[in-house]
Ligand binder design. Structure first.
Ligand code: CS2
Length: 474
């Protein structure tokens, strides 16, 4: 920290103050506070009180540990001034968001926090949290509900709106956030005044990138030994970090460009590249790696077959769908393969496997659609989808249970139980889940054939043999 924390005042409220935010945006803001002390962050947890409980006794300071094969670099982050627990401090949170000093409300609430239909990106009006928030607009629990309540308060006070900056791994995350908040405000009532006010809110898109595994007890010990202090919740991450931001902040913004962020007019090409290359590979590796017995990404990518498969997935199937020059994509791919191999990051395949129903559309299915339209092959992408299908049966190759974390886990399990290991039936029934696959993919014969063939092989021969066969194909 190169600034006097007592001079820092809040300018940002961040919803979803998890490990990712604390490794990424909070670190950028920490770097700029010396010259711009009016941009401190007030964080909020929407679900659990644990971040507040861990950080309050240490005045919200924490260690960010940057790790690779050469060692661990600890850095103390001071940009988070307070953390509110939305469940018990809801009124205070909304009041804080309505403070005129707050010019940005940013979000990392994960894909499912948008309460949307992942295949269309529209608000899911039947989502229990949305139903709750429409019935109790002054006691909201969802991100769209909380944002709408705070915007309404600002409107009533004659203040300009804050800018809403999504930092989640969604395609056109700003557009998605905007669509959802606007629709929620329409449904919430408050008449044309609120609807018009929300129309004037800016929702810039961002591409955010840093690999941040969940902190473990072992990590805590390592960090506390290095720093010689008792940090209740340090964060572990990699040296790489990237942030591309659409420059649309009518209420003002910190000079993010002075601390390494890229401010651009159009984020979409960057988002597409990151979601399809990095996250598409991640999810594919997570399902196949987990099934093949690998606990961490670094172990999975050290398997020559998985390395070859992921390299082939990116080079042969993903890169041709992206608008960037080939040399840029090759360099990006090689950097990703090196990042995945970082042995100091204990990034669990199980962690990435979480919430597949929310992730598959933007990570694999968009690429698949683009290729099918052009009559191009999808064998590696389809293997990723088949591995997800095999994973959500909830039983691994040794017959042990898999702890499948997903908002749709119960429904997926029911479908899997109904199919009883019949690959063709399982693939067909899962492809009917339109929230993931839309209405087009289940009708596509190539998609059905590729996915079913892989799934049958995963059941009969296991992940290791199946991926070895695909890795070597041209
Ligand atoms: C990962 C991402 O957990 C996951 O699904 O794919 O969190 C990934 O580590 C980040 O997007 C990297 O920027």
């Amino acid at each position: 920290m190169n600034y006097d924390r007592s001079t820092v005042t809040p300018g940002i409220v961040h919803l979803g103050i998890g490990a990712f935010h604390r490794a990424h945006m909070a670190a950028y803001v920490d770097s700029l506070l010396k010259d711009n002390p009016s941009w401190g962050i007030i964080g909020a947890s929407l679900r659990r009180p644990d971040t507040r409980e861990a950080l309050a006794p240490q005045d919200f300071l924490y260690t960010l540990a940057i790790r690779d094969a050469s060692g661990t670099q600890p850095r103390i982050i001071g940009s988070i001034l307070d953390v509110l627990d939305a469940n018990t401090q809801r009124a205070q949170l909304i009041e804080t968001m309505a403070n005129p000093a707050i010019r940005i409300v940013s979000l990392t609430v994960t894909e499912k926090g948008y309460c949307h239909d992942p295949s269309t990106g529209e608000l899911d009006e039947t989502h229990p949290d949305i139903v709750h928030d429409l019935a109790h607009p002054d006691a909201p629990i969802s991100a769209p509900g909380i944002i709408a309540a705070a915007l309404d308060l600002r409107r009533r006070r004659g203040l300009i709106p804050f800018t809403v900056m999504s930092c989640d791994n969604l395609p056109s995350n700003g557009k998605t956030a905007g669509r959802i908040v606007r629709r929620f405000a329409e449904l919430r009532g408050g008449g044309t005044n609120l609807t018009n006010y929300v129309q004037s809110v800016s929702f810039p898109s961002t591409m955010i990138d840093r690999i941040v595994p969940a902190t473990t007890e072992a990590d805590r010990k390592i960090i506390n030994e290095i720093i010689g202090l008792d940090d209740a919740w340090p964060i572990m991450t990699e040296p790489f970090t990237q942030w591309v931001i659409e420059d649309a902040f009518p209420a003002g913004r910190p000079p993010f460009e002075t601390v390494g962020a890229q401010l651009v007019d159009d984020v979409e090409p960057y988002e597409l590249m990151k979601l399809r290359m990095l996250n598409g590979s991640h999810s594919t590796m997570a399902y196949l790696g987990y099934l093949a017995g690998y606990q961490y990404v670094s172990e999975a990518i050290a398997d020559p077959e998985i390395h070859q498969l992921i390299q082939g997935l990116m080079t042969k199937e993903v890169m041709p769908t992206l608008p960037m020059p080939r040399a840029t994509l090759e360099a990006y791919r090689d950097q990703l393969l090196a990042r995945f191999a970082n042995p100091a990051l204990k990034h669990r395949t199980w962690q990435i496997a979480m919430d597949g129903t929310q992730k598959l559309p933007q990570r694999l299915l968009g690429t698949i659609r683009d290729r099918l339209e052009k009559g191009q092959g999808i064998q590696r992408l389809a293997l990723g989808v088949a591995a997800w299908m095999r994973y959500v049966t909830g039983i691994d190759e040794a017959g042990q249970p898999i702890d499948v974390k997903d908002p749709m886990a119960a429904r997926l399990r029911q479908i899997a139980d109904g199919a009883g290991g019949d690959a063709s039936r399982l693939a067909g029934d899962l492809a009917e889940v339109t929230e993931i696959f839309g209405t087009d993919l289940k009708m596509n014969a190539t998609f059905a054939k590729e996915v079913t063939t892989h799934l049958a092989s995963l059941f009969a021969r296991g992940a290791a043999v199946t991926m070895a066969a695909v890795a070597e194909r041209r």
